[in-house]
Design a protein around this ligand. Structure first.
Ligand SMILES: *[C@@H]1O[C@H](CO)[C@@H](O)[C@H](O)[C@H]1NC(C)=O
Ligand SMILES: *[C@@H]1O[C@H](CO)[C@@H](O)[C@H](O)[C@H]1NC(C)=O
Ligand SMILES: *[C@@H]1O[C@H](CO)[C@@H](O)[C@H](O)[C@H]1NC(C)=O
Ligand SMILES: *[C@@H]1O[C@H](CO)[C@@H](O)[C@H](O)[C@H]1NC(C)=O
Ligand SMILES: *[C@@H]1O[C@H](CO)[C@@H](O)[C@H](O)[C@H]1NC(C)=O
Ligand SMILES: *[C@@H]1O[C@H](CO)[C@@H](O)[C@H](O)[C@H]1NC(C)=O
Length: 402
């Protein structure tokens, strides 16, 4: 009988690559610090060691998959994925250990640490972050600052209109987004989508509950690729009155890259959205809620004419994407909303449209809950009293047409 109450696995990806200037340099990247609290893998306590190791093997495969599409472009790359540290403890002390690792994971990789493709950011042209959408560079377009909503700076956390609830969704679009759009339509609700341009890590999410896991993860691709479903979904958001906003091109920590990289993260997402909609957003949310003044991020986003949009109600849906765990997110929502008063309170809510349970369960729960309490489901711009014409800038070059 194995009394393990929790397991934490740290996995590092070690790449040995022959580069022209740096023969056989060893690049060690912590690409993913995966933490699996036991609640997610219910049968673990009864698992035999061999079954446990098989689970660890699956994780290694998943992590390899995240960067697999990049590796093909790296000449003579040898990839060694090693289980750097496997901690399996029995009896007491384990929960505490797992929590420590979780905190470290969030510090290292941010809240959605396994889902974004920003590994190897500085590595080479094959990295998602370094892909460039077609059409003209938006860096030189006019960026007038209109309206009364704060640009750059420490950012926005709250709506200004009591009774408003701004539901926001990060990281999409993805295969779960159309169902969310259907629900919003059914409930006559408006929401805001913070879109990531090139977010291949979502394949990992998609495969999360697939029993027989294979290593042939396909990337999600770029949002403006007309062969894919994403341009039509983004057009649908826009035409149905939802607010389309930016969540960067490849989801890096904006406080941890250079100023030019940071600006390109915004310009490239603008180019892709411009290719789809003919306009670029003035609202953004920084990945991992990270955009410090010291790094220059606040100032850069001010220069680029962006409203930095945070939230005051975090559903933690990304931590609860399973049929049993999603109740935690419902509880978080209820705990904040049930005791509130729409004549004095407002909510700026964060969730993620890349999670099945968010799409299947949480969104409708929130829509019913907010209607029951007489909140108005509006976009971020509306909840800030900012008219729709201020949500976008025009850049009509290189649009895809209808
Ligand atoms: C856009 O143009 C600026 C200014 O020339 C340049 O620094 C930046 O790298 C360009 N970005 C892209 C994606 O072409
Ligand atoms: C939908 O919402 C709009 C704006 O809040 C309102 O004018 C309209 O009456 C609503 N329609 C229905 C069917 O609830
Ligand atoms: C667009 O997506 C298709 C289908 O996945 C793919 O074959 C093609 O290479 C992509 N185009 C670009 C420019 O990435
Ligand atoms: C990013 O973080 C790493 C590790 O903390 C640090 O060494 C590096 O200097 C940071 N880079 C930038 C551009 O801030
Ligand atoms: C909040 O209200 C909903 C709907 O009335 C109810 O189902 C739920 O149990 C309440 N939750 C809390 C934490 O009060
Ligand atoms: C999404 O969740 C639903 C309901 O929980 C489940 O039936 C379905 O198989 C899931 N789909 C995917 C792609 O995970």
């Amino acid at each position: 009988m194995y009394l393990t109450t929790s397991i934490a696995v740290l996995i590092t990806l070690v790449e040995q690559t022959e580069l022209a200037e740096e023969p056989m340099a060893t690049h060690v990247h912590l690409i993913c610090l995966a933490v699996q609290p036991l609640m997610e893998t219910a049968p673990l306590p009864q698992m035999e060691p061999s079954a446990l190791m098989r689970l660890v093997d699956l994780w290694v495969l998943r992590l390899r998959g995240i960067c697999a599409h990049q590796r093909a472009h790296v000449a003579r790359a040898m990839v060694i994925v090693e289980v750097h540290q496997i901690i399996v403890r029995q009896h007491q002390g384990v929960k505490q250990l797992s929590e420590l690792v979780m905190i470290q994971a969030q510090r290292e990789m941010g809240e959605d640490y396994c889902t974004s493709p920003d590994c190897q950011f500085n590595y080479g042209p094959a990295c998602d972050a370094n892909k460039i959408p077609s059409g003209t560079n938006t860096s030189s377009i006019q960026r007038n600052k209109v309206g009364s909503v704060l640009y750059g700076s420490a950012g926005i956390y709250d709506c200004v209109q009591a009774g408003d609830m701004a539901l926001t969704f990060d990281d999409g679009p993805f295969i779960y987004t159309s169902h969310i759009l259907n629900l919003l339509q059914q409930y006559n609700a408006t929401a805001t989508f913070f879109i990531t341009g090139n977010n291949n890590g979502q394949s990992f999410q998609q495969k999360r509950y697939v029993e027989e896991f294979t290593d042939d993860l396909l990337g999600k691709g770029e949002i403006d690729n007309t062969s894919l479903a994403w341009p039509a979904l983004i057009k649908r958001m826009y035409s149905e009155g939802h607010q389309v906003a930016s969540h960067t091109w490849s989801h890096p920590d904006l406080s941890n890259i250079t100023s030019l990289q940071r600006k390109n993260e915004m310009w490239k997402n603008e180019m892709a959205l411009r290719n789809i909609l003919g306009v670029i957003p003035t609202y953004m949310r920084s990945p991992y809620s990270s955009c410090t003044a010291e790094s220059g991020c606040e100032g850069d986003l001010n220069d680029l004419g962006y409203h930095i949009t945070f939230f005051n109600l975090d559903t933690s849906d990304y931590l609860n994407d399973s049929p049993t765990l999603i109740q935690n997110s419902k509880n978080i929502f209820d705990a904040a909303v049930n005791s509130s008063n729409p004549s004095t309170d407002e909510f700026l809510v964060i969730a993620h449209d890349i999670h099945n349970q968010t799409s299947q369960v949480l969104v409708e729960y929130m829509l019913q809950g907010l209607k029951a309490k007489d909140y108005k489901p509006v976009s971020v711009g509306t909840c800030l009293g900012d008219p729709m014409e201020n949500w976008y800038r025009t850049d009509t070059s290189a649009t895809l047409g209808s």
